[in-house]
Design a protein around this ligand. Structure first.
Ligand SMILES: [Zn+2]
Length: 530
């Protein structure tokens, strides 16, 4: 029996943008995955298919339809279960034009509720969405259709138990408004352990932890690496709380990285992102014993047209969504004279241009800001792919910034801004991806000998807000206002105002006005090396 598994598909239908992560070779996407799965079935193994979460939020065709093409593709492929990832909550209520539910609405509001789109996708799915650690406030199950903590998949004489896990960081890694009333943390480990115990008691073997969460630091890349290597990160913490109730294997996601190794002795695998990789976990049965025989990670190369009947079927069923957005996606936004890079160690001009777009929008919209400076802070991690020199279409901007966040403003002080920048620089990956961009202020950052960045100082435009308690207006993606990436941890920022303008659309205007602004190093952040 082979389990085929992947993670972080992020709505990818066709092959991934080759310069993002696959070199010059077209790879990934759900159509190419279907080809690879067809190959797996041709081995005559019994095949079980699992997705470790973040199947939604990505290119225009799947996001405008709020994930519907992926649900249909998975029905055709025969996916058996998916873990719920943080980005499954990105879409809010049903309808691409509706960004957020009314503040007091819950799941009882149905399509207009904060999980309207996700619940609609679950209801139409041919497979269960799994998470043992999502509860409503009183510890009860949210009761969504096709939602379960765990599932038995009985096939070919095997009984595969699968328990789902959703990262406890979900409230700060999707739009917080969309997870109102949900609890990802209370008794999370105990809930996972109880599901594993129940699966074993009812005869499941193997028991798989399908986790939308990962490890920190350098990831193992071989099952032969020492198993007692100490590992940090959310999954390591989780496994340590399980006691005797341990899974046989872990299929992990969320970090968009390749991983193969052992966590406290338990085999763990992760297959990058966007469907560019497929893990094959092969099990054999000898009388009553089921044993893991091998784990391989396969590259999922994309053929055009698809190589197999299954690939062609998935291509055909997703085609209407692709063509529905073709005209919008092909709209020319600007013509770039140079490439517009994504995150680097020295900052990102693309994120800076988004910060400028936020600043322009907030300044236009906020009459209250008169006389008080406005400073825009943008989380650079939201820029997911570079833009290439030449014509930039709406679809390119969509892939670069696939999130439905809007412009938000709140009132803080100069000291508050200093805290925000320090918070951003203390993030776990700040040493390899510069975490923020600025507009309305300039900052100087020093990279220490160990690679960690620190704030030397900053200047607010026109030397406004000279004192620590001088007021200023902070303009940010609402994701940041809601606690995203921890930028506002410990910062008082009051009198919130939220615009309904999506950040992406503000960026479209800015890049059309200044197509040269995206290239070159950012000018509002100066990074000094040791
Ligand atoms: Zn994720």
């Amino acid at each position: 029996m082979s389990i085929g598994a992947w993670n972080d598909l992020h709505g990818q239908i066709g092959a991934d943008e080759p310069i993002v992560d696959t070199g010059a070779i077209p790879a990934g996407g759900v159509v190419a995955l279907a080809d690879a799965i067809s190959d797996l079935r041709a081995t005559k193994d019994t095949v079980v298919l699992l997705d470790a979460g973040d199947l939604f939020t990505g290119p225009l065709a799947s996001t405008v339809a709020e994930g519907a093409p992926i649900i249909e593709a998975y029905r055709v492929i025969g996916v058996d279960a998916a873990a719920i990832g943080n980005h499954e909550f990105d879409f809010g209520p049903v309808g691409y034009d509706v960004v957020y539910a009314q503040p007091d609405a819950g799941d009882a509001a149905g399509a207009r509720g904060p999980r309207g789109a996700l619940v609609a996708r679950m209801a139409s799915a041919s497979f269960p969405f799994l998470s043992a650690n999502i509860h409503v406030a009183d510890g009860a199950s949210p009761g969504w259709p096709n939602f379960a903590a765990s599932v038995h998949i009985r096939r070919g004489g095997f009984d595969v138990g699968v328990v789902g896990y959703t990262t406890q960081t979900t409230p700060s890694t999707t739009s917080r408004a969309n997870v109102v009333g949900l609890d990802f943390s209370t008794n999370a480990g105990a809930s996972i352990a109880a599901e594993i115990r129940a699966l074993r008691a009812s005869g499941a073997s193997p028991v798989v932890l399908l986790a939308h969460a990962s490890l920190d630091g350098a990831l193992p890349q071989s099952l032969d690496e020492p198993t007692n290597e100490p590992r940090g990160g959310e999954l390591a913490t989780l496994i340590a709380t399980l006691g005797e109730d341990r899974p046989d294997v872990i299929i992990a996601g969320h970090r968009h990285a390749w991983m193969l190794g052992r966590l406290d002795g338990i085999p763990i695998v992760s297959s990058d992102q966007h469907g560019v990789g497929l893990a094959r976990l092969r099990f054999c049965r000898d009388r009553d014993r089921v044993e893991l025989q091998s784990i391989e990670r396969l590259a999922v190369l994309a053929a055009s047209p698809p190589r197999t009947a299954l690939g062609r079927d998935v291509d055909r069923v997703t085609a209407p969504w692709v063509s529905a957005v073709a005209a919008k996606g092909d709209q020319l936004v600007a013509t770039l004279r140079r490439d517009c890079p994504m995150q680097g160690v020295r900052g990102t001009a693309g994120a800076e241009q988004v910060a400028i777009a936020i600043l322009l929008h907030a300044s236009d919209a906020s009459a209250a800001a008169k006389g008080v400076p406005v400073v825009a802070v943008m989380n650079a991690g939201a820029i997911r792919s570079p833009l290439r020199r030449g014509p930039v279409r709406y679809e390119d901007l969509f892939s670069a910034f696939p999130f439905e966040t809007t412009v938000a403003v709140c009132g803080t002080t100069r000291a508050g801004l200093a805290r925000i920048l320090r918070n951003a620089l203390s993030g776990p990956s700040a040493w390899r991806k510069f975490p923020f961009a600025l507009a309305g202020a300039t900052a100087t950052i020093e990279i220490g000998h160990d690679g960690t960045p620190s704030l030397v100082g900053f200047t607010i435009d026109r030397n406004l807000a000279p004192d620590n308690d001088s007021p200023l207006w902070l303009a940010v993606p609402d994701f940041i206002l809601d606690g995203g990436d921890g930028f506002l941890d410990g910062v008082v920022c009051t009198a919130h105002a939220r615009s309904s303008t999506r950040i992406r659309d503000a960026w479209v205007e800015t890049i059309a006005r200044d197509p040269g602004g995206c290239a070159g190093p950012p000018s509002n952040v100066v990074v000094r090396s040791p």
